[in-house]
Design a protein around this ligand. Structure first.
Ligand code: COS
Length: 390
């Protein structure tokens, strides 16, 4: 059983502790056998749909969206959900997170009609959401987005390519960022909701990674959407994307935390059971030093993650710096914690399908997506240099 002492920290209230109990109960009901570790695309897609359906039925997607304008995300609930789900089944964490990220711009900037059309069904687990920002030449550099949205009569026509799109192929809608104005860089971007099946939108290729999940390249070729698909005002796309990432980057840190907690649990079991040179691994100081490092990294990451979540929820201010710190530290620390766990397992740690081996693959992409570690350093430095948190 993982350490739950952090739930006593002043960042949390009773509803948060209740949520964690519900998530643990949900996970105990057979979540671990769903999809994770499979390399069969169809099986993974089916598992993601099933996970979303079950999470929705259990009411556990309710924190992913903000259906009423003026209400706010509770980032602590999102982060706790990812922390617990990632510890039990990283694919479940992925499916949960995408319901939030793929509707984040609607929650933050949608009008009443857009909220009503998308958010309740996503929260019930009946619709699958996706966030389409990256392009072959625009990953870290969002201002380089080349996909265009050209005004045409009562709507827009989208042309371009999006890639690394999680839930690509199984999503019911995509929030797509495209260049709608003449302005260059980050200023000319707008956000649109594009339903799957809209003529001109094609899932061009499946992308297979070291920790498989639904991931695709999308091509927009004369894809026509109505004016009502536009989120916020034309030209607000970059701020909508960054505002969404301010919420979800903290939760990437939380997912990393869940993976690291699982690695520590696995390592503790291993060092108590495994005997070398006549005594359990746990009795060697070299082992204990690793356990000390792992536990410290986990608590430090948790403090940064839940500090960022609490700051946004309670102080209700922009947390670009705090979210970047949480994501950067927690994902880098989790990579090290998991690597130490693999080392403690010895040869067994690199056998395909062993939990620490799958964790080793699961953690890697978290240091890249939603802003690489390098970008987080730039974001933190930018905030500090401009006087935020100095
Ligand atoms: N919330 C609201 N507004 C924000 C913001 C945020 N978090 N971050 C930036 N802005 C605003 C800035 O205040 C600025 O506004 P003004 O023009 O009115 O002054 C504008 O947006 C441009 O900001 P900035 O100059 O910082 O933009 P840059 O082009 O320098 O880019 C980085 C900033 C690199 C930090 C940004 O592009 C980024 O985060 N890149 C990583 C993207 C990413 O995560 N990609 C992965 C795909 S998602 S899986």
């Amino acid at each position: 059983m993982a350490d739950t002492s952090y739930l006593g920290w002043p960042f949390f209230g009773e509803p948060h502790r209740r949520l964690v109990r519900e998530l643990e109960q949900f996970a105990a009901g057979g979540l671990s056998d769903l999809g994770h570790g499979s390399d069969d695309d169809a099986a993974i897609d089916a598992a993601c749909r099933e996970i979303v359906r079950r999470l929705g039925q259990a009411g556990l997607l309710n924190h992913c969206c903000v259906p009423v304008a003026g209400d706010r995300f509770d980032v602590r609930s999102l982060a706790l959900s990812r922390d617990v789900l990632a510890r039990h089944n990283p694919l479940a964490d992925f499916a949960f997170a995408m319901q939030g990220l793929g509707t984040g711009p609607i929650s933050l900037s949608g009008d009443e009609r857009q909220r009503a059309a998308y958010l309740p069904a996503v929260m019930r687990g009946e619709r699958i959401a996706a966030f389409a920002l990256s392009e072959p030449q625009a990953g870290s550099d969002v201002g380089a987005i080349a996909t265009t949205a050209t005004k045409d009569g009562a709507g827009y026509v989208l042309n371009g390519t999006k890639t690394w799109i999680s839930n690509g192929g199984i999503a019911d809608h995509y929030v797509v960022f495209a260049r709608s104005g003449g302005e260059k860089g980050t200023r000319g971007l707008s956000a649109f909701i594009v339903d799957a099946g809209t003529p001109g939108l094609q899932v061009a290729a499946r992308i297979r990674t070291i920790a498989p999940h639904p991931l695709a390249t999308l091509v927009f070729d004369g894809c026509r959407v109505a004016e009502s698909a536009l989120l916020g005002a034309p030209g607000e796309g970059f701020k909508i994307a960054m505002g969404t990432l301010d919420v979800f980057r903290t939760t990437v840190g939380a997912a990393a935390l869940g993976l690291a907690r699982r690695a520590l649990e696995e390592a503790l079991r291993r060092i108590r059971e495994r005997t070398v040179f006549g005594k359990p691994l746990a009795e060697y100081q070299l082992t204990q030093a690793k356990i000390g490092d792992m536990a410290l990294a986990i608590d430090a990451a948790a403090l940064l993650v839940y500090r960022a979540a609490w700051t946004r929820d309670v102080l209700q201010r922009r947390v670009t710096r705090e979210a970047a710190m949480a994501k950067l530290y927690a994902t880098e620390a989790a990579q090290q914690v998991i690597d130490m766990a693999v080392q403690l397992f010895g040869g067994t740690g690199v056998v395909s399908g062993v939990t620490v081996e799958t964790l080793y693959r699961d953690i890697r992409a978290l240091r890249i997506y939603e802003g690489t570690s390098e970008i987080q350093k730039l974001v933190i430095a930018g905030a500090v240099l401009s006087g935020d948190g100095a």
